[in-house]
Design a protein around this ligand. Sequence first.
Ligand code: G
Ligand code: G
Ligand code: G
Ligand code: MN
Ligand code: NA
Length: 250
Amino acid sequence: IEIEAILREALKTDGFKLLYQPQVDLCSAEIYGFEALLRLKDHNIRPDQFIPVAEDTGLIINIGRWVAKTAIEQFARWREKGLGEKTIAINYSSKQLRDKDFIIYLTQLTKANKVKPELIEIEITESILLENNNETMTFLAELKEVGFKITLDDFGTGYSSLNYLTYIPVDKVKLDKSINDKFLNLKNNRVMDSLILLAHSLNLKITAEGIEEWEQYLQLKRAGCDYIQGYLFSKPLESTEAEEIFNHIF
Ligand code: G
Ligand code: G
Ligand code: G
Ligand code: MN
Ligand code: NA
């Protein structure tokens, strides 16, 4: 109940903020885009703790809308400052499927801010496919139809099935840190090579998440991975910090 009260208060009093973690393009060594990550301004409560509460209480619907609005307005602000256009990825919870007008809301936001929908990536997790299959497929098809990109987050954890990848309209998979930690070493590197080949064979881009070491980076680059996100390049940043490294080449 305490976290629920904090979330309600935060919605009313502008108590949330987004941090932005760079995703680096391994070909150009430039920042390709940012993942928006939600934080409470005045509390040291991690999203792992408060997102489940938001989901159980239904607050995730208004929070999800706040995240989308803030991220898309930030995109437009960066463009207006002359920094350029980079993708923004936002996390989407399966509990947001109850928000029937979410795609209309997203579309209005992109129109109002003159943002191309293809520069907005919606990160879903596999759990969405287990829970509400028909509803999910309709949602994903509509997202694609209006031009948004879809990323399958936390790939390799949970119930990853090759089958999902062939029938859901995803553009990209994000390899979870646990998978990278397990398979990015000399003994297991052929597994990583195969995962990247698999993604590319299915016409998917691939991001490796939670990369902290140069050795991992070099191995991923050799294997043809598309993008890297991790502390090696940057932790999640305040928007003003993100501006400072916006066009940095790593
Ligand atoms: O930022 P951090 O790595 O601590 O995030 C922990 C978890 O919280 C991640 O699984 C991430 O997907 C989730 N998360 C962060 N921000 C959001 C958000 O805006 N919406 C949803 N649904 N989940 C988020
Ligand atoms: O949405 P997702 O489950 O992918 O959330 C990504 C989470 O991973 C965020 O909470 C972010 O803070 C965290 N993260 C990002 N890069 C690293 C990293 O290099 N190491 C670790 N330990 N965590 C990371
Ligand atoms: O060394 P190699 O030719 O593989 O480098 C290819 C690209 O990878 C370079 O353009 C560079 O940006 C990046 N890179 C490789 N190693 C490093 C490194 O140690 N530091 C940084 N900042 N970039 C590196
Ligand atoms: Mn994510
Ligand atoms: Na992840």
